[in-house]
Design a protein around this ligand. Structure first.
Ligand code: C2E
Ligand code: CA
Ligand code: CA
Length: 354
């Protein structure tokens, strides 16, 4: 409807009137029925924009109204619309990249450090890197290198994470096998998305990547994000049992960011609890309360035969402050930022194994 000369308030009034009419209809019906009215409105000044452009913006506003729980009017928002168009554009570019053999994707590696060796003053020269976490990057012409937060949610929503996940597994496993030639005990950690597990035969993907790479499964760690969905899910439980039978380790990632149901930890047989950056950061900057919580988690993990990895360690001061938490592993910018394979090998493997 064209409310020529009208304002946003007029659109609201029209919407309220529509709802009142519909409520009257509901009451007149002989049976129980509830209608919801999701609506969108676009305001513009001057000349009327092209019709197809208007319709697209209206469609977008209506879809926003539905997303916000329906039965509401949403006024068109140009910033949100630009973000929406950017997402669609990225998704299309990602789809083409995947089709083209995962073009532009690259794995970066961040060192995983043995915390005991860090605190062991006697062995200052000893190499403390015991593994790496593979972290995905994507470079796209015109956009440069993007960080995972910018494209992994799109990969997940579009299920493109399934083919990309296969690529990640094969690349990370193959890289691990290469690095095991330098350090046979080196472990590679790979992040798994919940979508890869729920909508896909992840066991087959892992088996195929094992065969293609020839890596020893004992050198592999799969990271699952702590999530309410893992708990009480018998399918996932049996999947984790299968990984254990294959001698692949499981780490619980970002522990402390979800609702940290402690009961499921017993069933999951995880190798390591990884405490999220935000959590660790509070412990190193706060008044001591958070550090105590980390110590309790650490004690519990040790009682359950798990190790603790503290993420986001950024300074020597952090390392000192975290000693009382009795961590087993560290990850953080202080020990090394994520870097490409050539840099990782040069800095963390070759120098200490020559
Ligand atoms: P994550 O699994 O928790 O990975 C650790 C993130 O913390 C990495 O961000 C890393 O660069 C960052 N980080 C490490 N040390 C520090 C530090 O000292 N300070 C701060 N501020 N940050 C630190 P990145 O690479 O941007 O990855 C973000 C997230 O994207 C990952 O969080 C993970 O959830 C997801 N992701 C990355 N690669 C993959 C992948 O291959 N597959 C899947 N499914 N998810 C991935
Ligand atoms: Ca991780
Ligand atoms: Ca993490």
């Amino acid at each position: 409807m064209n409310l020529s000369g009208g304002t946003g308030e007029d659109a609201q009034e029209l919407y309220r009137m529509l709802k009142r009419c519909i409520a009257d209809v509901e009451q007149q019906l002989a049976y129980e029925v509830v209608f919801t009215v999701s609506a969108g409105a676009v305001a513009f000044f001057g000349a009327v924009p092209p019709l197809d452009d208007l319709v697209k913006k209206l469609d977008f506003s209506v879809s926003q109204a539905k997303k916000r729980g329906k039965n509401t009017l949403v006024m068109f928002n140009a910033v949100e619309y630009a973000q929406h168009l950017h997402r669609i554009d990225l998704q299309e570019k990602l789809r083409l990249a995947v089709k083209d053999g995962c073009r532009g994707f690259e794995l970066y590696y961040q060192p995983v450090i043995d915390a005991h060796r860090v605190y062991d003053d006697k062995n200052a020269e000893q190499n403390k890197v015991i593994g790496a976490e593979a972290l995905l990057r994507w470079s796209c012409p015109g956009l440069g290198m993007l960080m995972p937060d910018e494209f992994i949610p799109i990969l997940e929503q579009s299920s493109l994470i399934i083919p990309v996940g296969r690529w990640i597994l094969t690349h990370a496993f193959t890289q691990c096998r290469e690095w095991n030639k330098i350090d046979p005990s080196f472990c590679m950690s790979v992040n798994l998305s919940y979508i890869q597990i729920k909508k896909n035969d992840i066991l087959t993907d892992v088996q195929l990547a094992l065969e293609a790479s020839g890596v020893n499964p004992e050198n592999l760690v799969l990271e699952l994000t702590e999530s309410g969905s893992i708990e009480n899910d018998t399918e996932i439980q049996s999947l984790l049992d299968s990984f254990a039978e294959m001698h692949i380790k499981i780490d619980i990632d970002d522990f402390g960011t979800g609702y940290s149901n402690l009961r499921y930890l017993q069933d999951i047989h995880a190798n390591t609890l990884k405490l999220d950056y935000s959590f660790v950061h509070k412990a190193t900057t706060g008044n001591g309360g958070e550090a105590k919580v980390i110590k309790y988690i650490s004690d519990m993990a040790h009682d359950l035969n798990m190790t603790i990895c503290l993420e986001g360690v950024e300074s020597d001061d952090d390392v000192k402050k975290l000693k009382s938490c009795e961590p087993d592993k560290f990850q953080g910018f202080h020990f090394g930022r994520p870097m490409n394979a050539v840099q990782f090998e040069e800095l963390n493997l070759l120098k200490s194994h020559m």
